[in-house]
Design a protein around this ligand. Structure first.
Ligand code: OSB
Ligand code: MG
Length: 367
């Protein structure tokens, strides 16, 4: 399959409500949207890096430059028999996993469409819907209790609460008092250190399914140490950016659960290997989110249909995030289940009218 041309956009979508995590507050979602073209078909993907390097080190500005100047010129005008071949071409570049994933994921969509098959079947997934939970940002305890109640009422399968120092134990005490049987987890986005071990041990009292990424974004070793002192399983997010990171975390018992974000790990080739490695270690995985538009959300849904995605993911209804999405389909849950978009590839199509309104910049790359 020969990639004839690419379109690279920078897109901005206002968020319905600000989203606050330990590292800051987001009020809008700004992301690169990539279209790869071949034989009258288009493949789509979005980049999940943030404007500022506060979740991981990649940035939107850096990724736009790398895509435009380095990665897209390496693939446009070139033929690839399958996505693994394209992925191999990007391996020599250090890190920049999210930028590489953007190209690789768009090609998976293009390739699946060229074969007239749904992406999930090429990835090894099955089923027509996935279990999902929600990730609730940091806010006042009383309004968080109302948001938990309303999402449990909507049938979401798990509630993940964002925590940070000073907004942790009191929040959990309140949540457990009001929702004794709820499937609860917390996500710290790397805001604690081993010096907080005593505080983190107190979280063992709240029957959390796991504690996500309590310690530094690049420190697997400290997580292994912490796990020896905690009953609650540790789930790693930021720390797992390569297959080797996953191997090291599994070998050292630093992660008893893994959050897979296909963008964070550089694309599907690595996501599939991490999925399989975790399965071999009997470690369950789930699909995280980065407040994606419908394009990234559809990708996440297809990935979540693989067999070791046994815990509910973060891919909740698009209407929780955006007034209007850039795709024509509505990605909405019923009773905590998100249907898999039907059709070839990721199964969604762009709403070109709204995309135009939401586009900050637009460029074409030809061979
Ligand atoms: O750590 O999983 C995270 C959002 C932005 C950056 C990091 C994270 C998140 C979320 C939200 O938790 C997941 C979603 O609802 O898309
Ligand atoms: Mg996380």
């Amino acid at each position: 399959l020969r990639i004839e041309a690419a379109e690279l956009r920078l897109v901005r979508l206002p968020l319905v409500t600000p989203f606050t995590i330990a590292t800051g507050t987001m009020t809008e979602k700004i992301f690169p949207l990539l279209v790869l073209k071949a034989d009258g078909i288009e493949g789509y993907a979005e980049g999940v890096m943030d404007p500022l390097p506060d979740y991981l080190e990649e940035t939107v500005a850096g990724a736009m430059g790398l895509l435009r100047d380095v990665l897209l010129p390496q693939v446009v005008g070139h033929s690839f028999a399958h996505p693994q071949e394209l992925a191999r071409k990007l391996v020599p570049w250090r890190a920049n996993h999210m930028a590489k994933a953007t190209v690789e994921m768009a090609f998976w969509d293009l390739w699946a469409k060229s074969l007239n098959l749904p992406l999930q079947s090429l990835l090894g997934g099955s089923g027509d819907a996935i279990d999902v939970g929600v990730s609730l940002g940091i806010g006042p305890i009383d309004s968080t209790m109302q948001r938990i109640a309303s999402h449990l009422d909507q049938g979401y399968k798990r509630i993940k609460l964002k925590v940070k120092p000073g907004h942790d134990l009191a929040l959990l005490r309140a949540a457990r008092a009001e929702f004794p049987a709820a499937h609860l987890t917390v996500d710290a986005n790397s805001c604690y250190t081993l010096a907080d071990t005593a505080l983190l041990q107190q979280m063992d009292a709240f029957d959390l399914d796991y504690i996500e990424q309590p310690l530094a974004w690049d420190d697997i070793h400290d997580h292994a140490t912490l796990q020896t002192r905690l009953r609650t399983p540790i789930c790693l997010d930021e720390c797992i950016r390569t297959v080797d990171h996953a191997r090291k975390a599994l070998q050292t018992d630093a992660a008893r659960v893994v959050n897979i974000k296909v963008g964070r790990v550089g694309g599907y080739a690595n996501a599939l290997r991490i999925h399989d490695l975790c399965e071999a270690f009997a470690v369950p995985v789930w699909c995280g989110g980065m407040l994606e538009s419908g394009i990234g959300r559809a990708h996440n849904i297809h990935l979540s249909t693989l067999p070791n995605f046994t815990k509910p993911g973060d891919t909740s209804s698009a209407s929780r995030y955006f007034m209007r999405d850039i795709i024509e389909q509505k990605l909405e849950t019923t009773a905590g289940r998100m249907p898999v978009p039907q059709g070839a590839g990721i199964g969604v199509t762009l709403d070109l009218d709204y995309l135009k309104t939401a586009t900050l910049s637009h460029e074409s790359i030809t061979a």
